[in-house]
Design a protein around this ligand. Sequence first.
Ligand code: SAM
Ligand code: SF4
Length: 337
Amino acid sequence: MKSADQAPPAVLQDRFGRIIDYVRLSVTDRCDFRCVYCMAEDMTFVPRAQVLTLEEMGRLARVLVDLGVRKIRLTGGEPLVRRDVAQLVHDIGAIPGLGELNMTTNGSRLDRYADELKAAGLDRINISLDSLNPDLFRQLTRTGDLNQVLAGIEAARQAGFRRIKLNSVILRGRNHQEVPALVDFALEKGLDISFIEEMPLGQITEHDRGLEFVSSAQLRDDLSARLNLVPLAEKTGGPSRYWRVPGSDSRIGFISPHSQNFCELCNRVRVTAEGRMLLCLGHEHSVDLRAVLRAHPDDDGPLRDAIIGAMAIKPERHDFSLDQGEQLVRFMNMTGG
Ligand code: SAM
Ligand code: SF4
C-alpha cells in the first residue's frame, strides 16, 4: 500500500453526493483470449493511433490523483499484452498521493511479468479464472492455455503479491459445476475469489445470456451445502459482498450486478484505452478526454475541468436486462472490466 500522506483533497463528487476516488484505466482493448462472455470470436480492435500513449495515460493518472483519486486499477483488454506496461506501472505507482495501484489480468503472461510488476510498484492483482478443467478453460476463453494461467498465478504468489483475487464469471450449463473446485483451489492457495454474474455488454451470438444466467444467491446456496460460509461485515467499498470459511483467511465474494444493485455505493469511473471516460458500466454517458489531452499538451487546466465536468453526467444507477435486444453495444474489453 502506498502512502496517501501527500494526498490532495477529494474534488470529484457527482450529483448524488458520491465521491469518486477510484478509476479503472484500460491500457489496451486488445487481448490474447476471446472469452465467450466478453468478446466476439472475430473482433475489430481500435486503430493504434486512437489509443492513448503511455505518456498520455501517465499524465491523465497524475491529474486524476490531483483531483483526489486514491485508487487506480489497470485493466483492458489484457493489460499485459501492451508493450512497456511495467513502465506505466512504475510511473503511475510513483505519483504522490495515490493510495493503491492494482491490475486485473487473465494471467497468461504473469509468469513472465510478475516480478517486474511487483518491483515496479504494483500493489495487488486480480486474475480471471473460470475453470480448472483445461478443455473447458479453452472453450470458455477460445484460445487460453490453463497451465499458462496456473503458472502465472504461482508466479504472482512467489513474487510476493498479497490478497491475490481470482475472478470467475459463471455461466449455467458451462462452468457452473466448476464452482466447488474453484473455491477449493482458492482456499488451498490462500487466494480470495469472487464469482461474477455475466453482464450484457456487447452483442454476442455464442450463447443466450438469459438462458445461461445463474444468480449469486444460487451459487451461495449451492456452496453452503458443503461449506460453512460466514458473512463478513467488513465493506471493501467495491461491489463484492464477502463470506469466509472458518479456519481460512480466503474471502469468497459475489458480484451481483443483476440480482443486487450496488450503485448507491459507487465510487468509480472507467477510462477506455481511447481515453473516453465512462461514467457508468451500464450506460453510454462519457466524455472524450483524449481530445482534451491532445488539444492541450502543455496545460492540464482543460483536462481537470473536463474531468470535474464529467461528474455532472454520472448516472444514478445501472439497470441491466437479460433481454438480448437490450444489450449495450460496447464489449467488456472496450469498457475496461
Ligand atoms: N483481460 C483481463 C481479465 O480477463 O482479467 C482484464 C479485463 S476483463 C474485461 C476484466 C474482467 O471482466 C474479467 O474478470 C472478466 O471475467 C470480466 N468480464 C468480461 N466480460 C464480462 C461480462 N460480460 N460480464 C461479467 N464480467 C465480464
Ligand atoms: Fe480478454 Fe479479459 Fe475479455 Fe477474456 S475477459 S477476452 S481475458 S479482456
